[in-house]
Design a binder for this molecule. Structure first.
Ligand code: PLP
Length: 397
């Protein structure tokens, strides 16, 4: 079919890359022709537990059989239990959760809340970043998608120097002073830049950011949409660094992609503020029972000791396999943390080449971000990496 009655995302609509899915099986996608793809990017970083994890499905089915929908103000047992479980997994004894239906929406609400409680307008964001496709989240985003003519909001976003720049913190401090030190509501930062190439800040850089937050009373929003729920080998990406976020945005892995869902954690200070101020945030499908149920399934998986053992093991296998790529002529550079890796190539990428070799990837220019499902077995991961190498050889020809 040349013309579909729906759009494809982020591309010209004439002959976009696409494939038909006949079935899914763990980390594999099977096409209509029976071609098997190992999903080496967890679709777009959300299928952290594969494509049909029985625990998540069980929780969702049970929910469908009991309370399949709820009013935003409705309190059903799962909503309380799952939220308490989430806070426990986040190692948070305080603070509150606001639910959303995806990453961009979580970011929108985080930005709104930060501006509301601080009564300030400006935010600081990285250039190499993606925070979502809605206007506010896209304004915070620094990648090519922010360059479109329809973005009206650049006037409230100040771009900070990349962590790798010399004197990045001193320059950021100067930016804050130049724009008025009392004008900033928040920093919004992906713990580790995900889709844009796995660029992490050093501990020193994070210490500097934390200092600036303290010095100027700026809130720290950590965008954990990709890094949350085990992606970097620990529960949340920010736990790799000694940082104390005021607000955390979650999506993708929160339900393993099984249902659109997201969440925002806010600190106790912020939660207290709303005891006597209206929280002017809301959505029809707030804390939707199916999202809550899928999240419960995810929390059951990630808090299981066997999963945690597996995660440590599979991260080590992945690291070993990634290091083997360094000597390949097609590979320029590699950056990774846990089960999230970027491979910069010296050759042009053709998504089809990877597809033909039997792997699914989210490719971008000369850079590939690998993010296999966290539940992938050692054998599947090695097979996926071997297919990846075969595809690289072909790209070269
Ligand atoms: N934040 C980050 C770091 C992301 O990678 C994404 C999506 O890729 C988003 C936010 C937006 O999430 P969603 O696509 O669910 O709106």
């Amino acid at each position: 079919m040349d013309e579909y009655p729906f759009f494809f995302t982020w591309v010209k609509q004439k002959n976009p890359l696409r494939f038909s899915i006949a079935s899914v099986d763990g980390v594999k996608i099977i096409t209509e022709t029976g071609h098997q793809l190992i999903d080496m990017s967890s679709i777009s970083y959300q299928a952290s537990f594969g494509h049909n994890h029985p625990t998540i499905i069980r929780h969702m089915k049970e929910q469908l059989d009991t309370i399949p929908m709820s009013a935003p103000r409705g309190i059903f047992p799962g909503k309380i239990d799952a939220t308490q479980e989430l806070l426990k997994y986040m190692d948070k004894k305080e603070g509150k959760i606001f639910y959303a239906t995806g990453g961009a929406e979580a970011v929108e609400n985080a930005l709104k809340i930060a501006r509301d409680v601080s009564k300030k307008k400006l935010i600081l964001a990285r250039d190499i970043s993606y925070h979502g496709a809605t206007l506010g989240a896209l304004s915070a985003t620094g990648d090519w998608r922010n360059k479109a003519h329809f973005i009206p909001s650049r006037d409230w976003v100040v771009r900070i120097p990349e962590p790798s720049e010399p004197d990045a913190i001193a320059k950021t401090r100067k930016l804050i002073i130049d724009h008025g030190k009392d004008n900033f509501a928040a920093f919004i930062i992906e713990t580790i830049t995900g889709g844009n190439g796995v660029y992490a800040g050093t501990q020193e850089w994070w210490d500097g950011i934390s200092e600036l937050c303290k010095e100027f009373g700026i809130l720290l929003i950590m965008d954990e949409v990709i890094c949350g729920f085990g992606r970097t080998g620990v529960s949340f990406g920010y736990m790799n660094y000694n940082v104390k976020p005021d607000i955390i945005t979650l999506a993708k892995g929160i339900t393993g992609g099984m249902v659109p869902f997201g969440a925002v954690w806010v600190s106790q200070n912020i939660a207290d503020y709303y005891m006597s101020n209206i929280l002017a945030c809301g959505l029809t499908n707030y804390a939707h029972p199916l999202g809550i149920a899928a999240m419960s399934g995810v929390l059951e998986i990630v808090q299981d000791f066997e999963f945690q053992k597996h995660l440590q093991h599979i991260c080590a296998v992945f690291q070993k396999e990634l290091e083997k790529l360094r000597s390949l002529p097609e590979v320029e550079n590699i950056r990774y943390k846990g089960m999230l890796a970027a491979v910069d190539l010296t050759v042009d990428i053709q998504w089809k080449t990877f597809f033909d070799k039997g792997i699914h990837l989210a490719t971008q220019n000369k850079r590939i971000v690998l993010a296999p499902p966290l539940i992938i077995t050692e054998a599947e991961l090695i097979e996926g990496m071997n297919r990846f190498k075969l595809a690289l050889k072909e790209l070269d020809q």
